[in-house]
Design a protein around this ligand. Structure first.
Ligand SMILES: [Zn+2]
Length: 97
């Protein structure tokens, strides 16, 4: 999966030392909560789009809310996502434009 972050897959932090396999790829995370958030994000995008895999993910924002662009093949989805402190999805919305 192509990503814009080189640090933690969710928040881009470079501290921490958690590795988790998501979508068949070993990714770096700063903490277990970010792993939970990332798994939920990927699952939610797949559920919303019907995609079987994600090729790319671009994230901007912070813990109050993140704007993301996910892509699979030629399709892409822009969306807003926010999580609870436990890593559950608090809000999710498709963005247009
Ligand atoms: Zn993180």
């Amino acid at each position: 999966m192509k990503r814009n972050y080189t640090g933690c897959a969710i928040c881009d932090s470079t501290w921490g030392n958690v590795w988790a396999e998501v979508e068949g790829e070993r990714l770096f995370f700063c903490c277990d909560i970010c792993v939970t958030q990332f798994r939920r994000l990927v699952d939610r995008v797949k559920r919303e789009t019907g995609w079987t895999s994600l090729d790319a993910l671009d994230i901007t924002g912070d813990r109050r809310g993140r704007t993301c662009v996910a892509a699979s093949g030629r399709e892409s989805l822009r969306f807003f996502i926010a999580f609870t402190p436990q890593g559950e999805i608090r809000s999710f919305g498709r963005l247009t434009g």
